[in-house]
Design a protein around this ligand. Sequence first.
Ligand code: PBG
Length: 333
Amino acid sequence: MSGNNEYGSFPGTRPRRLRTTPVMRRMVAETRLHPADLILPAFVREGIDEPVAIEAMPGVFQHTRDSLRKAASEAAAAGVSGIMLFGVPEESNKDGLGTAGTDPDGILQVALRDVRAEVGDELLVMSDLCLDEFTDHGHCGVLDSEGRVDNDATLERYAEMAQVQADAGAHVVAPSGMMDGQVGVVRDALDQTGHEDVSILAYTVKYSSAFYGPFREAVGSALRGDRKTYQQDPANPREAMRELALDLAEGADMVMVKPAGPYLDVLAKVADAVDVPVAAYQISGEYSMIEAAAAKGWIDRDAAVLESLLGIKRAGARMILTYWATEVARRLR
Ligand code: PBG
């Protein structure tokens, strides 16, 4: 009911009543972050004795095998659900085919075995399934004689990668190269090698983004050119639905949208459209922007970190890959 005074009418409805105290706000919150929502992406580098700080990602390191094991057990203790591993081979172990990516003794496979031995089933061990960290040209696939990324030749490499990653103990493999048909060949390769229970988290909707910049330093990539002939054009949300239909038909168990923050509209559409779990990847550039602005004193770091993650969850993500996973999981507990 509204009242009147000399200035006119009072509001009859007062939404502010539900914002009066922290407990009231907590009770009526429509979206909650939980440690189990979070997945930690982590880098492990071959041939180093000490972790190496990634300049463009303050607080993130290229791990040694030992420091990676420690990071994994800390993530598990904090209640994080998974760790997504990226291998950084020695420069001399890179070649045109990304051979180190399918070598059972390559850094990623070694790290998968280490982490699996460390955490067992307490943390989901996930692996990025892509060639870019292992190729000397930095592309996600192998090149044809004209220097173009050869889709079908790359699929054969991915099939082999899927098998060695699963053999090394991955619970989940995550094909991220945006090759046509990648989910199907990975599923077949897993099934034919006795890995029916290894699941596929597909990088389904992956845009060609400027925000991957800091990641290139993180994995020491010397990318020549760009990824515009295989990653999606940032202008296209409809095409995302096409990629989604294909990945589901090919057997994706979970699908991912990436980057997250600049693509919340796409994330919301994908989440509405499917009944499989949807992940979003808050990528390196999203991380670095907040850290950089906070270092300048321009934003409240801790509040901005939580708000950025809440926005991704609100848009429909079931799981979020974030470099802040362990820190945030601890804060939420
Ligand atoms: C491909 C891959 C990339 C990222 C995750 N998987 C790089 C790319 O596609 O250019 C980026 C992650 C990030 O920026 O945090 N192996």
